[in-house]
Design a protein around this ligand. Structure first.
Ligand code: ADP
Ligand code: MG
Length: 484
């Protein structure tokens, strides 16, 4: 394995979240009754003419600017011919010779190293419909036919599956920050094709590649890449003298997650097979420098910038900053709550550790629950001000998850379980009981074992059912022990 170097290039299809489709006014919406969001254009009726969606062009340019790509002042569409029932026109309208964005790169931090991955191009194209298989028949749903896509094509720049997956995650985040795509991978809004080859370390040529189509999760992407890399190395090792093209016939593969294997679906079509030619029904897209400059000026803060800012302004760890900034909605939630409680580290911990743990089973993200940033901020404030001890706050958090919409104040109000014990006399009584029950620990402490102190604090907290104010317990216990 260590004599071999994997070479990976990604093609990412991202569905743009415009209101209407790329070339027709039909709604661009997922989840409706089949064949309701369609028009003469999406269903390829003879004579129907495409009309380009300005919003889709704008989102493609914004993405191009976000990756520091070169925006083409003139770009054009081509027909890519193929027959399949999901494409009633028998061709896809895509950009072939003049894509809207050329070059660019995405920079990210991987295991402590900053790396920049070059992008070859980004082009606009329309999506196909979807085949649906039932027990005795198959149908086709054209609701997705004509939905706007950008295809992001990287150079063969990744050297392992982790890099490729990290890149894909960053692209998803950028799209979310631009509000260009909903990023919903289960619904297919973001799909990855992975091109994989391997070569001997030091070799400069590229060997034949397998193209694994339609991976729709980061873990499938990573697994498929790792599996395919291993498969190719094994083939080359077993038959070192066989022609490469026989060992790895270029073509379209799919990842079978139950077999944990890539499977060849069809040998590679060449560009000739698609018979690309300029789309006669659409004029080229001409852009003005002013428009591009304006869009550049209006670019929002992007995930990596926000990630950096959270580390420098809030002193969050890289890991915390990363988790918070992956999804813009979560980061916005954090900022809204932090404006109120001004306690970034504690707030971050409650959001990404305590609450995400409690929500894991439901599969929901915090932003999808009825727990508002204001309520989150209240909880953190109550902890910071000593109104709730840690253990009590955890119980309040349980209840916030179980009865979403209820504020922590409402949960705490009138409930004796949530009144912290901050009466010195009562706490002293508990301390006395703990010291009597644990004479050895008292002796240990007096002999200089600091650990015994922590143990005794823990016992007092336990006896108070988590309600005693930890700082008061600390102070009083130290007083008692040293006066003994
Ligand atoms: P095509 O014209 O067949 O679509 P492209 O040149 O557009 O091919 O490349 C498609 C993707 O495959 C790109 O992401 C590119 O980086 C990647 N790629 C090309 N050749 C190789 C190779 N030998 N090994 C791995 N990836 C490759
Ligand atoms: Mg290509």
């Amino acid at each position: 394995m260590h004599n071999w170097e994997p070479v990976i290039g990604l093609e990412i299809h991202a569905q743009l979240n415009t209101r209407s489709k790329l070339f027709s006014p039909a709604p661009n919406r997922f989840g409706d009754e089949p064949n309701t969001n369609i028009s003469a254009v999406c269903t390829g009726q003879p004579g129907a003419l495409p009309l380009l969606n300005r919003e889709a062009v704008k989102k493609a340019i914004q993405f191009g600017l976000a990756i520091h790509g070169k925006i083409s002042l003139a770009s054009s569409f081509s027909r890519k011919s193929y027959f399949y029932p999901d494409t009633p026109r028998n061709f896809q309208i895509t950009q072939y010779e003049d894509p809207i964005v050329r070059s660019g790169s995405v920079t990210l931090d991987i295991e402590g190293n900053t790396r920049s991955f070059p992008i070859k191009e980004v082009h606009l194209e329309d999506d196909a419909g979807m085949l649906k298989h039932f027990t005795h028949f198959a149908g086709v749903d054209y609701n997705r036919a004509g939905a706007p896509l950008i295809e992001i094509v990287t150079e063969p720049c990744f050297r392992n599956s982790k890099e490729a997956a990290a890149f894909a995650m960053e692209v998803r985040s950028i799209l979310l920050y631009l509000d260009a795509c909903d990023g919903n991978m289960e619904e297919g809004s973001l799909r990855f094709d992975a091109n994989v080859s391997v070569r001997r370390v030091g070799e400069t040529v590229l060997r034949p590649r397998a193209e694994i189509k339609n991976l729709n999760s980061f873990s499938f992407l990573e697994m498929a890449l790792a599996g395919e890399i291993e498969r190719q190395i094994a083939l080359y090792t077993k038959e070192p003298n066989r022609p490469w093209l026989e060992l790895i016939p270029p073509g379209t593969y799919r990842w079978d997650s139950s077999l944990q294997k890539t499977i060849l679906m069809r040998a590679k079509e060449s560009a000739d097979d698609y018979r690309y030619f300029p789309e006669p029904d659409l004029p080229p897209i001409f852009l003005s420098v002013e428009m591009i400059d304006r869009l550049r000026d209006e670019l929002p803060e992007l995930p990596r910038e926000r990630f950096r800012r959270y580390i420098s302004d809030f002193s969050l760890s890289e890991h915390s900053a990363f988790v918070l900034t992956r999804e813009k909605k979560l980061a916005d939630y954090f900022e809204a709550a932090n404006r109120i409680c001004q306690s970034p580290k504690n707030l971050c911990n409650w959001m990404i550790v305590e609450f995400s743990g409690r929500l894991k089973e439901s599969g929901k993200s915090l932003v999808e629950t009825a727990i508002s940033p204001e309520q989150m901020a209240s909880l953190v404030r109550m902890i910071d001000s000593g109104k709730l001890t840690g253990p009590m706050a955890k119980q309040v958090a349980d209840k916030m998850v179980l009865s979403p919409g209820k504020s922590p104040e409402e949960i705490v109000q009138g409930n004796p379980d949530f009144q912290p014990l901050d009466n010195a006399q009562e706490i002293e009584a508990l301390i006395d009981r703990v010291m009597q029950a644990n004479p050895q620990s008292v002796l240990d402490f007096q002999a200089g074992k600091e650990r015994a102190f922590g143990f005794l604090v823990g016992q007092v907290m336990k006896l108070s059912q988590g309600k005693a104010s930890p700082s008061l317990v600390n102070d009083l216990l130290r007083q008692k022990l040293s006066s003994k």
